[in-house]
Each structure stands twice: as structure tokens, then as C-alpha cells.
Design a protein around this ligand. Structure first.
Ligand code: NDP
Length: 277
């Protein structure tokens, strides 16, 4: 059987879990494919994609810092990639590059399915207004939350996301933007899409934002509890980090490429059990 080739483009890339995640999916579903990490020079993204396509590559994931370039390079875009303004999944079909973004659906799937927490009808607070927050917008709104508050250090960027969300949202849920200090109500679901946890910082949100019960979700994942999730636990919130999101976005990409949905649970359990070991 012909082996189908996939990869993940990034820089740096050596810590990427994606090759192992996809290898586990491929084994589980008996797909004849391989998936490599592809270290791309910072000025060489388009050339690397072309080279991989020419060599017969079928598709690729894209990670930091190339998601915007992948968006620009795509000949066709899914609705969610168009709204995200960023692409993390490429499919090569008859010489054309089809761009999708599976990060947001990965987040929603991890919250609603794996954490068994409904979003529909709930008050949602999204912290941050960068690429990850933007990518989450459409999949979150499709779940029809009661309201969506976007809070960011730089208010203007949160306002931009509100504009974007309002213009594309058919559900007519209440969508607003605030700075941390202006937050004066409570939320059932709080998603941290800032990169503050990378510096062990916590966005300075008031304790009153945590409803009871509340799920606090940090898109970042780490071997130990993230600083945001430690903070949220002090106020009684249940917490979850972004490992599930990472695995679910990979499963969605795998489905796009192979037409089969892998079982994510054994993969999640494997990575969680390896941590701290
Ligand atoms: P961006 O650089 O695009 O955006 C960063 C955001 O964080 C901005 O809103 C910025 O605010 C805010 N921010 C940065 N530092 C601080 C701070 N010290 N205090 C408060 N706010 C801060 O990053 P991304 O959107 O690409 O990524 C955000 C996070 O999401 C990262 O931790 C990343 O690892 C994670 N992620 C996880 C994925 C997964 O699969 N689990 C997938 C994608 C991302 P301002 O606008 O004011 O600068």
C-alpha cells in the first residue's frame, strides 16, 4: 500500500506532540500514513510547503509562527478558517491548497464532549483577543451561548473581535468587550486564550467572575497546573488545560484528511499519564 505523507510545519518544532498523536491515530484506525515534524526556516514557509507538495505530501498542520502565512497561502478557505484569519490545517488537492482551522472546534469539542460541560445557554468569558481567541469565536458562537464577553489587556483588540463576531453570528447572543477592571458579573465558563500563562502570569480578573459552578479552561497545557488554573481553583472553579484541545484539533485534521474519526481518549490518557514522569 502507498504510504500517504503528512507533516507539521513550525519553528521551533522539536517539542511538538503532533507526530506522536497522529501516529497513534493512524495505528488505531489502520491508516497507511506517516507524519513528520518539519522545521521551517522563518523566511521559508511558502517554499517548504511547495517542496512538500511536490514530493507528494497530502496535507499538513501548521503551528507557530506560520498560521497567518498559511492563511495567506491557501487557495480555498473553510468558513471557520476565514473567520479565524489563520490556518492550522492544509490539504493538498490537485495542486490546490485548501486551508482550514481546527483549533476552535478542538476547544469546543474538548469542553462539551470530554469535560461534559455544555456551552449552550451559558455565560461565557473569553480572555484574550489574539489568534487563539479569534479562532475560537465561530465554533463557540455555534454552540449558542447565552452571552459572550471578550476581555483583553488591550481593549481595542477585544472590540475588533466583537465586531467580527457580531457580523457573523446568526444566534444573536449578547457579545461585549471589556478590560479586566471593567468585569463586574459572573460567568459559567471562562476560557483563557491569553499567553499570560507562558510567563506564569494571570490576567488580573476579579474573583467575582467565577460563578458557582464554573469551568475555567486554560488553552495552554503544561506538565503541572497552569498559573491561571491555580488561580481559578482558589475561587472554586473546576479546571481543564489545553491538552484536550490539542488532541481534538489533531483529530479534526485527521478526519479532514482520512475521513475517519479516531478515538481521542486513549491518546489523551497516554499523554496525561506521561506528564511528570
Ligand atoms: P497571541 O500572541 O496571538 O495573543 C496573545 C494574547 O494574550 C493577547 O490577547 C495579549 O493581549 C494577551 N497577553 C499576552 N501576555 C499577557 C499578559 N502578561 N497578561 C495578560 N494578557 C496577556 O497568542 P495566541 O492567541 O496564538 O495564543 C494564546 C495562547 O493559546 C497560548 O498560550 C497558546 O499556547 C495557546 N494555544 C493553545 C492551543 C492548543 O491546542 N491547546 C492552540 C493555539 C493556542 P494584548 O492584545 O493586550 O497584547
Amino acid at each position: 500500500l502507498d504510504l500517504a505523507h503528512y507533516c507539521v510545519f513550525g519553528n521551533p518544532i522539536h517539542h511538538s506532540k503532533s507526530p506522536l498523536i497522529h501516529a497513534m491515530f493512524a495505528k488505531q484506525t489502520a491508516q497507511s500514513m506517516d507524519y513528520q515534524a518539519n522545521l521551517v526556516p522563518l523566511d521559508g514557509f511558502a517554499a517548504s510547503v511547495q517542496q512538500f507538495m511536490n514530493a507528494g505530501g497530502k496535507g499538513a498542520n501548521v503551528t507557530v509562527p506560520f498560521k497567518l502565512e498559511a492563511y495567506a497561502l491557501s487557495d480555498q478557505l473553510s468558513a471557520r478558517a476565514a473567520m479565524a484569519g489563520a490556518v492550522n490545517t492544509l490539504t493538498f488537492s490537485d495542486g490546490a491548497i485548501v486551508g482550514d482551522n481546527t483549533d476552535g472546534i478542538g476547544l469546543v469539542c474538548d469542553i462539551t464532549k470530554n469535560a461534559a460541560t455544555p456551552i449552550r445557554g451559558r455565560r461565557v468569558l473569553l480572555l484574550g483577543a489574539g489568534g487563539a481567541a479569534r479562532g475560537a469565536l465561530l465554533p463557540l458562537l455555534e454552540e449558542q451561548p447565552a452571552s459572550l464577553m471578550i476581555a483583553n489587556r488591550t481593549l481595542s483588540k477585544a472590540l475588533d473581535l466583537v465586531q467580527l463576531a457580531v457580523s457573523s453570528d446568526g444566534s444573536k447572543c449578547q457579545i461585549e468587550a471589556k478590560t479586566w477592571e471593567q468585569l463586574d458579573s459572573s460567568f459559567d465558563l471562562i476560557i483563557n486564550a491569553t499567553s499570560a500563562s507562558l510567563q506564569s502570569e494571570v490576567p488580573p480578573i476579579p474573583a467575582s467572575v467565577f460563578a458557582s459552578p464554573c469551568l475555567a479552561y486554560d488553552m495552554m497545557y503544561a506538565d503541572t497546573q497552569t498559573s491561571f488554573n491555580r488561580y481559578a481553583q482558589q475561587y472554586g472553579a473546576a479546571t481543564r488545560d489545553g491538552l484536550g484541545m490539542l488532541i481534538e484539533q489533531a483529530a479534526e485534521a485527521f478526519f479532514i484528511w482520512r475521513g475517519i474519526r479516531p478515538d481521542t481518549k486513549p491518546v489523551f490518557d497516554y499523554f496525561r499519564s506521561k506528564e511528570g514522569a
